[in-house]
Design a protein around this ligand. Structure first.
Ligand SMILES: Nc1ncnc2c1ncn2[C@@H]1O[C@H](COP(=O)(O)OP(=O)(O)OP(=O)(O)O)[C@@H](O)[C@H]1O
Ligand SMILES: [Mg+2]
Length: 217
């Protein structure tokens, strides 16, 4: 049997039922299943491919001032498109809204007002590359409220920028790019830690060009 061809045909169909079944078996059991029959082999291959697809990688950059955070947001606005999800983590005042504002203004112009959605929880923008929904979930009362805010619609047709994504709970997406901002001793600096899935590797490679080597930590 041509396993490669079969895998290619099956992956777009997402045979998740079989994958879920395998997820609950031990590695040894999985290996036995794989040896027992061809279907087992194929399902095991698919399971490993999906695992690789959702595996997260990490990289850190030092942003020496606000201007560098702005440049980062501008660069990312070239690459992101509807259905992309950006999780913005970090303590109060770390720079999440600053990044989101710079991202939206790079698409709509510096004069565009981008208020922090502290109380509305979400603000929507129409841009040349599609809708951008900016969430701030800090004041979210419960997980269900995130559904009422339209998170499903945002994930389906917009670029989602989400502050305090820890509040998403079971609505946390499987594919995303996460920027975690942290402080240094210098009040103008931030360290940004990216966690990202395979889909965003290409963009990270381009972002590296922004930072001279010494700033990648
Ligand atoms: N390198 C930097 N990058 C981003 N912001 C910086 C930087 N240096 C200083 N700042 C300042 O830090 C502040 C970040 O505030 P911001 O509202 O973005 O925080 P936040 O993470 O959204 O907090 P909150 O959780 O309260 O919403 C701004 O006043 C900004 O000027
Ligand atoms: Mg904020």
């Amino acid at each position: 049997m041509k396993n490669d061809k079969l895998v290619k045909n099956l992956i777009p169909c997402k045979v998740l039922l079989k994958v879920t079944f395998l997820k609950n078996t031990s590695l040894v059991q999985r290996a036995n299943i794989a040896q027992e029959n061809e279907v087992g082999k194929v399902v095991t291959l698919i399971w490993y491919q999906i695992k690789r697809h959702y595996k997260t990688k990490m990289i850190k950059f030092l942003l020496t001032n606000c201007f560098e955070t702005k440049k980062l947001a501008q660069k990312m606005s070239f690459f992101l498109k509807p259905k992309d999800i950006v999780l913005l983590k970090g303590d109060l005042g770390a720079g999440k809204s600053y990044f989101a504002r710079a991202f939206i203004q790079s698409l709509l112009g510096e004069e565009t007002e981008v208020p922090s959605p502290t109380f509305t929880l979400v603000q929507e923008y129409e841009t040349s590359i599609g809708p951008v929904w900016h969430f701030d979930l800090y004041r979210l009362k419960n997980e269900e409220e995130v559904f009422e805010l339209g998170i499903d619609e945002a994930f389906a047709r917009a670029i989602s920028l989400i502050e305090w994504p820890e509040r998403l709970g079971s609505y946390t997406p499987k594919e995303y790019i996460c920027l975690d901002f942290s402080f240094t001793e210098n009040p103008d600096e931030r360290i940004v830690t990216f966690s990202f899935t395979q889909k965003y590797e290409f963009m990270i490679e381009r972002i590296k060009d922004l930072f001279p080597e010494k700033k990648i930590i």
